[in-house]
Write a protein that binds this ligand. Structure first.
Ligand SMILES: *Cc1c(COP(=O)(O)O)cnc(C)c1O
Length: 396
């Protein structure tokens, strides 16, 4: 028997390590059970309380919960009065939902290229794309690193645009002493299980603007209001009015109870993510074949994703071979993201490849590594050892 070759084919890990995963403890489970035994499964006290706690956490006046982050983005586009004939500028280096929400409102997403260093939307490119039809900007705090909000908000102010910040990656992140969620006109968070804290599915908009707040509340519940001050007529105590076309985008009390319990652990989750990132940075900064994520000193990322960029000229194979080799080591790698307008639906709408060359180049060279708070030091070391092994194997 040849022990050497056995050793070679043995993966670094026995068990598959996913790229992201929720962390649910007994307190979370008990919180959900308590609601199941209570009078309200939905639209009860838990939703309201969760919204208050969330708003307080980010330092915003209001928070409105939704059935998903995507529904929340749809609500924000509605509240911003985005409609037919309008254009909204966003980044291609994001999940499709950041642009789809503009299409839901029959408006047109316009893609601005990214910065070479942060991978966030480039304010210079945003400025170039503004015209009479431009109504809003949807910047994304990509990977958890705050976008250049001073610059984006200044551009928005100069051109009378609304900023809907997609902070699906960035709950707990900080930009110049302010928590993300308290800076833009509206900020969206996702509570999907791969994100920092979860409600199964869920989303949130935070804002300081009362008018947006009231519109969001009404939009997520069919466009219906019971507020006596808002009713056009009032036939009696049973009376309500559907004043515009809304949706059922409500979060349940079951979800909100889980959300409140998770929110208590958010700071700890972010700290653990930052700790694992420091281990990754330390190890990978020694590999000349890899570029580690650049961090702007203006912000403090909450690290939803850890993305390595391959210097392909130093390697004998493409990203695909490196990706597949890491999978064989049982490391749950991923790619964030395929540029949104590469999707067949966007291609059919007439968006052409070549639109944002920096995002397209980045897409060819990136791999997301596992990062989530319930990882342990051994998991982190396995990832580091697997990356080192594969990179050195394919080095020029
Ligand atoms: C997860 C995510 C969304 C959508 O959130 P859901 O809760 O899954 O609907 C939107 N934008 C970005 C950047 C995301 O990562």
């Amino acid at each position: 028997m040849n022990f050497n070759s056995d050793e070679e084919i043995k993966p670094i890990r026995e068990a598959y390590l996913p790229y992201g995963k929720q962390w649910i403890d007994d307190k979370d489970i008990q919180a959900v059970i308590d609601v199941l035994k209570s009078d309200y499964l939905t639209t009860g006290p838990a939703v309201k309380k969760f919204e208050e706690l969330f708003a307080h956490y980010v330092g915003a006046k209001y928070a409105v919960s939704f059935s998903s982050g995507t529904a929340a983005l749809h609500g924000a586009c509605f509240a911003a009065d985005i409609g037919v004939g309008d254009e909204v500028i966003t980044t291609p280096m994001t999940f499709a939902a950041s642009a789809n929400c503009v299409l839901y409102q029959s408006a047109r997403p316009v893609f601005a290229d990214i910065c070479e260093d942060t991978y966030n939307i480039d304010p210079v490119k945003v400025k170039e794309l503004i015209n009479d039809k431009t109504k809003a900007i949807i910047p994304v705090d990509f990977t958890g690193q705050p976008v250049n909000l001073d610059e984006i908000n200044k551009i928005a102010k100069d051109h009378n645009l609304i900023v809907i910040e997609d902070a699906a990656h960035a709950v707990g992140a900080v930009y110049k002493d302010h928590k993300i969620g308290a800076i833009s006109d509206m900020t969206m968070f996702s509570l999907h299980p791969v994100k920092h804290i979860t409600t199964g599915e869920g989303g949130m908009i935070t804002t300081d603007n009362k008018e947006y707040y009231e519109k969001l509340l009404q939009f997520r519940s069919h466009g219906i209001t019971r507020d006596p001050d808002k009713l056009i007529e009032n036939d009696g105590p049973w009376y309500y009015e559907m004043q515009f076309l809304g949706y059922n985008y409500r979060m349940t009390d079951i979800q909100a109870a889980l959300g409140m319990s998770q929110l208590e652990k958010l700071d700890e989750f972010v700290e653990l993510r930052r700790k694992y990132v420091s281990f990754y940075n330390e190890a990978f900064s020694k590999l000349e074949q890899i570029k580690i994520p650049y961090q702007s000193p203006e912000g403090n990322s909450s690290w939803h994703l850890y993305i390595i960029r391959l210097k392909l000229e130093t390697l004998t194979v493409s990203r695909k071979e490196i990706f597949e080799a890491l999978q064989k080591e049982n490391i749950g790698v991923n790619v964030h993201y395929i540029p949104v307008y590469y999707q067949p639906y966007y291609q059919q709408l007439g968006y052409k490849k070549g639109l944002c060359s920096k995002a397209e180049q980045l897409y060819e060279e990136i791999i997301s590594l596992p990062l989530f708070p319930s990882m342990n030091d051994k998991d982190v070391n396995d990832v580091i050892n697997a990356v080192k092994k594969i990179i050195l194997l394919y080095s020029r």
